[in-house]
Design a protein around this ligand. Structure first.
Ligand code: SAH
Length: 249
């Protein structure tokens, strides 16, 4: 392992994440990094390509999710708007038992993800090209997953409608947010109620080197998704479900 990989492993163990097969997992992260940089020359996957920054802002950041849930007790995850694979693929590398379903509306990102899955030899990862609003209505995905995740996809009021339909009753939705969540949380309570969610916790973190603030918003699912949701494609983001707002169905 080189310095960047050693620092990465140390930082993970500081948040309770152990790579129990370090040789294989370190190799998988490095292969992922190389594919990300190579494909990023042909398509827009990320603005971050500097190697230490990818390890911190994509790989480590994704794995901070382990502070919000015990992944040894979770078996299925739907990652909504996964883009270049964050946060679900770093989770899959470190917790190989997870069954991951990735949803992204952009076909070329799905092609990249399929390549990563195949090159890294990952199993039980399904990459779906489609909109969360449509896939969340299909019985195969609705109210099915132990957990849903989303990073950098939309504001919380919209995310609740995009992500909660995938979560089974008693499951979790964890939203990865940046520095300021107070206002987003306040405006999200109406959608949370309509989607049968309840706020469980908000965790504050800091990226160790870069120093910027992050928040993990942990939401529980109280019961099945009400029939009216998600509304048709585009509406959750264009007309989010806000108290007294135009977003009522
Ligand atoms: N989670 C990644 C990518 C964020 S970019 C990361 O943190 O790096 C947001 C991604 O969400 C894009 O790839 C976009 O195609 C996808 N997306 C946005 N709205 C969506 C929707 N309604 N259904 C599915 N994917 C969506």
């Amino acid at each position: 392992m080189d310095d960047i990989q050693l620092l990465f492993a140390e930082r993970l163990s500081a948040i309770g994440v152990t790579m129990n097969d370090p040789e294989r997992m370190t190799g998988q992260f490095e292969a992922y990094y190389r594919l990300l940089v190579e494909w990023n020359e042909k398509m827009n996957l990320t603005g971050i390509t500097d190697r230490p920054a990818v390890y911190e802002k994509h790989f480590y950041d994704s794995l901070t999710l382990a502070k919000a849930a015990d992944f040894s007790r979770i078996s299925s995850i739907a990652d909504i708007g996964s883009g270049a694979g964050f946060p679900s693929l770093p989770l899959k590398i470190v917790y190989p038992h997870l069954k991951i379903t990735i949803v992204d509306a952009l076909a070329k990102r799905i092609r990249f993800l399929e390549e990563v899955v195949s090159e890294l030899g990952l199993v039980d990862v399904t990459c779906l090209h489609g909109r969360a609003e449509e896939l969340g209505r299909l019985p195969a995905h609705r109210d099915r997953y132990d957990a849903a995740t989303a990073r950098a996809v939309a504001r919380l009021a919209a995310l609740n409608e995009l992500c909660l339909p995938f979560v089974k009753p008693n499951g979790l939705f964890i939203a990865m947010k940046g520095s300021d969540v107070r206002e987003e949380l306040d405006e999200s309570f109406h959608s949370l109620k309509l989607l049968n969610g309840e706020l469980r916790d908000t965790l504050s973190l800091t990226l160790p080197n870069e120093g910027s603030a992050r928040h993990l918003v942990v939401i529980g699912k109280k019961g099945p998704t009400p029939k009216a949701y998600p509304r048709k494609s585009g509406l959750p983001i264009k007309q989010p479900l806000l108290a007294g707002g135009a977003g009522k169905s």
